[in-house]
Design a protein around this ligand. Structure first.
Ligand SMILES: CC(C)(COP(=O)(O)OP(=O)(O)OC[C@H]1O[C@@H](n2cnc3c(N)ncnc32)[C@H](O)[C@@H]1OP(=O)(O)O)[C@@H](O)C(=O)NCCC(=O)NCCS
Length: 233
């Protein structure tokens, strides 16, 4: 790669951004949960969760300016909701749950989400998932970066989570961000009685963790472009 190409990679923006989940995102997020965690029962009541003082959800979205146009795998645009066609197709549009129209009538695509609980000085990741067709594009990592940043902001001491012992892919993402296996919850997953690893970071407020975290965030930006991350509403 030439120096020029390298510089261009460095300064370009990532086509996905991060923000807190809004009521209008909950349908798309529920779809992602169904796809990523099909055995989760009962489904998470995401609308209710928006009022849970302990819970926080972040979603990745395609900023409207990008319009998802550069994205081959983007679902087709839904007709404008105010139009006759839009009204006729309301509820029938096959991918409506993934696309939301903001106040300016611009559509937003939600390819992933992360849920967290904050208790005492601990941040607990309850779920992190990216739609299958959007995986491998740095979105899962973006969501995890947002989690750690939000946890630092909320003065959490560490971030913890449970992960299936066979979920090597997710584990490698967590390890990259300093999560280590601290224990096992036997038969934690009731669908197949699989064990869960408890994975926890070191002290996220420490200079050492912050240094490694900043290096990972820079590397993510170098690889995928700079990302816009809004963590609180
Ligand atoms: C885990 C998950 C969120 C990752 O999302 P993603 O957008 O595909 O991940 P990214 O593209 O940001 O990749 C981040 C890291 O994940 C790991 N990873 C991603 N795809 C991988 C693959 N095919 N093989 C191995 N590792 C992989 C790597 O460590 C990667 O970092 P790298 O690019 O520096 O190697 C996604 O696979 C998912 O939704 N899985 C189903 C739900 C799930 O299992 N959630 C975790 C529950 S604890």
């Amino acid at each position: 790669m030439s120096i020029l190409e390298h510089e261009q990679t460095k300064t370009s923006a990532m086509p996905y951004a991060l923000r807190p989940m809004l009521p209008e995102d909950t349908q798309a997020v529920a779809e992602i949960e169904r796809e990523a965690f099909p055995t989760t029962w009962p489904p998470t009541p995401f609308r209710k969760e928006l009022h849970n003082r302990l819970a926080r959800y972040l979603v990745s979205y395609v900023p409207s300016d990008d319009d998802g146009a550069a994205d081959d795998a983007s679902p087709p645009a839904a007709p404008p909701p105010g139009s006759l066609l839009g009204r006729l197709l309301q509820g029938l549009w096959p991918r409506a749950g993934r696309q939301h129209v903001d106040d300016d009538g611009r559509r937003q695509l939600i390819p992933g989400y992360v849920g967290m609980w904050f208790m005492a000085d601990e941040a607990h990741i309850t779920a992190i998932a990216v739609r299958e067709q959007y995986r491998g594009r740095g979105i899962g990592e973006l969501l995890l970066i947002g989690c750690v940043e939000l946890s630092v902001l909320r003065r959490a001491r560490e971030v913890t989570l449970e992960v299936r012992v066979t979920n090597d892919l997710a584990q490698s993402l967590y390890k990259k961000y300093g999560f280590e296996v601290k224990g096992v919850r036997k038969r934690y997953y009731t669908d197949n009685n699989e064990d869960a690893y408890i994975m926890t970071t070191g002290a996220i407020q420490s200079t050492e963790y912050q240094r490694e975290f900043a290096a990972n965030v820079s590397e993510h930006a170098r690889k995928w472009g700079d990302s816009e991350r809004v963590l609180t509403s």
